[in-house]
Design a protein around this ligand. Structure first.
Ligand code: NAD
Ligand code: A1AUG
Length: 551
């Protein structure tokens, strides 16, 4: 019992630890990597806090050593989905009625645990299971997830405090109820933080969630759920349903209790979920909210006036394009360069790419690990083959692949002679960057090409010194990216600083890690209380004046 509406602690972005040689965090992480590499977890379906071993199993492997099994996971089937829905609906009222400060405390405690004891666990599991380097794991699995937890509590409190005007004798209120039914959170493989945040943001607003992580993210997903359990999350608020997409998804989407989908993943998958919801629309007890952050074909566009910033441009292309093997929805994957800059830039890119070390992420000298799985390896290999044999394209750097031990793909740079080349327009989601070199005089024409040639609009970056050119690019590319960077790479959005999301085929642009996203998980009720309700029917103007007669 608490007779107060306390302010939540002011959030600050979690500092990124360097893991440099000699630091305590490096020693702790290395010890955890060693221990986890020697274990083989058994990951269950989790319903109402109970661990269910379905018996239908799959394996989680290291992408960079694909024979190494890290975990066996039990896959959920239709019966488990039904149990999970029943369980979620049975705890829904209790969770929704829990006072905000109590819900908030659970997520704040989780943030604290993650910033300390769970840090090496989440970092190591993301490194081993998703092939992230120590730095990429730290900025995702620890820092961004801590930020999501703390900022979402802060944003939720701000929302609750947004209240309507009052008038004499009346008091008006907005009651931020959770949605009717449950929320289905469907997660991609590539970000540990995003996967859990898909659950946390609806849950902080009082919703119950069915969570379907990606099979290739299951190791870090398991430790993420353990984190919330240890922080005090009641059983059933988040039920975890590992497994095949449609096997889990179809029965969930058929439930009359579906209240919303919180999705991050590819555009085709979100389209198929949306289509199924449309087909099932008559079944639902409410209109499900559909929130989806999807694919990208993110650009870097250089203006001739970036000549004095060539090194920054080259580094932005390399970091933006190849960090985490180009498997960020925000990764730079098409670059537009003026002819005047290309000869010098090309040499710098060749040199920088040539220095990149790729290999086992437990070896901290490596800048890149492997791509996530065989499907991804085959997909990017087919684009490399296209570059080699299809004409209209030249491989400038990289182009090699090796599947013998891990799913390794060299950082690859391909010059395309046609701005509509498939490498310049399709999401590949791997370390492959396309470059189109344009005549300086065709700057504005090429800007239009950049805006129109891909169906996505997630992130984009421009490089220029000339302020007039910056303004022209800002306005010419206004609809081409939901996150727009000036003289910076297009990746690395920070919660609270650059709310993240895109439009067109990149999603509903509900800006994860912001108040905008949290609003989607609430069904507000407006309440008016009248302290002096009228006690007679006639209006005052009808009161009869004895001197007035009918006109
Ligand atoms: N815009 C963003 O914020 C953002 C962030 C991260 C990743 N992404 C995108 O995610 C993609 C990469 O992730 P991925 O390969 O895991 O995506 P994906 O679409 O293959 O899978 C995403 C999730 O959907 C599930 N799924 C597939 N079919 C389903 C169905 N019928 N019902 C229910 N669930 C189903 C998968 O099992 C997985 O958990 C890229 O396209 C990337 O751009 C976008
Ligand atoms: N928010 C991340 C991208 C997430 C997508 O995979 C970034 O800004 O780089």
């Amino acid at each position: 019992m608490l007779n107060a509406f306390p302010r939540v602690p002011a959030p600050k972005n979690e500092p990124v630890l360097s893991h440099a040689p000699g630091t305590p965090e490096r020693a702790e992480l290395q010890a955890t990597l060693k221990r986890m590499s020697g274990e083989q977890l058994e990951i269950p379906v989790v319903i109402g806090g109970k661990h269910v071993h379905s018996g239908k199993t799959d394996t989680v492997r290291m992408p960079h050593r694909h024979k190494h099994v890290l975990a066996t996971l039990h896959e959920a089937e239709a019966g488990h989905v039904e149990q999970a829905i029943q369980n979620a609906m049975s705890v829904k009222e209790d969770w929704a009625r829990m006072p905000f400060h109590a819900r908030a405390a659970i997520f704040l405690r989780a943030a604290e645990l993650l910033a300390t004891r769970y840090r090496p666990l989440l970092n190591a599991s993301s490194m081993l299971g998703q092939s992230k380097t120590a730095h990429q794991a730290e900025i995702d699995a620890t820092c961004e997830l801590v930020d999501f937890l703390r900022y979402n509590v802060h944003f939720a409190q701000q929302i609750l405090s947004i209240q309507p005007e009052n008038s004499p004798q009346t008091w008006n209120m907005t009651d931020y109820r959770p949605l009717d039914g449950f929320v289905f959170a469907v997660a991609p493989f590539n970000f540990t933080s995003i996967a859990l945040n898909l659950c946390v943001s609806p849950a902080i607003m009082g919703n119950v969630v069915l969570w379907k992580p990606s099979t290739t993210q299951m190791l870090s997903a398991w430790y993420s759920l353990e984190l919330l359990r240890e922080a005090g999350l009641p059983d059933g608020v988040i039920n975890m349903l590992p497994g095949d997409g449609p096997t889990v998804g179809n029965p969930v989407l058929a439930s009359p209790h579906l209240g919303g989908i919180h999705f991050t993943g590819s555009t085709p998958t979100f389209n198929s979920l949306w289509k199924t919801v449309g087909e099932n629309i008559g079944r639902y007890k409410q209109y499900p909210r559909l929130v989806g952050e999807t694919g990208g074909k993110d650009f870097i566009f250089a203006h001739p006036s970036a000549a004095d910033d060539l090194e920054a441009l080259a580094v932005a292309i390399v970091r933006g394009g190849y960090e985490y093997q180009g498997q960020k929805c925000s990764a730079a994957s098409r670059v537009y360069v003026p002819e005047s800059l290309w000869p010098q830039l090309k040499e710098r890119l060749k040199a920088l790419i040539g220095e990149i070390k790729m290999g086992d992420v437990a070896d901290f000298r490596n800048f890149m690990g492997a791509v996530i799985d065989e499907r991804s390896f085959k997909k990017v290999s087919s684009y490399i083959e296209l570059a080699k044999t299809g004409g209209d394209a030249t491989i400038i750097a990289g182009g090699g692949t090796d599947r013998s031990e891990g799913w390794y793909v060299q950082p690859t740079l391909v010059q395309c002679n046609n701005p509509r080349h498939r490498i310049m327009t399709e999401e590949i989601f791997a370390p492959l960057v396309g470059v189109y070199v344009y005549p300086d005089a065709k700057f504005e024409e090429t800007l239009k090409e950049c805006d129109q040639s891909a169906s996505y609009a997630l992130t984009g970056a421009i490089f220029a010194r000339d302020r007039k050119a910056i303004e022209t690019m800002m306005s010419g590319l206004r609809s081409a990216a939901g996150n727009f960077y000036i003289n910076d790479k297009p990746t690395g959005a920070v919660v609270g600083q650059q709310p993240f999301g895109g439009s067109r085929a990149s999603g509903t642009n509900d800006k994860s890690g912001s108040m905008i996203n949290l609003f989607r998980w609430s069904s507000p009720r407006t309440i008016k209380e009248n302290f002096a309700p009228p006690v007679k029917v006639p209006y005052p103007f009808m009161d009869s004046d004895p001197k007035e007669g009918a006109v």
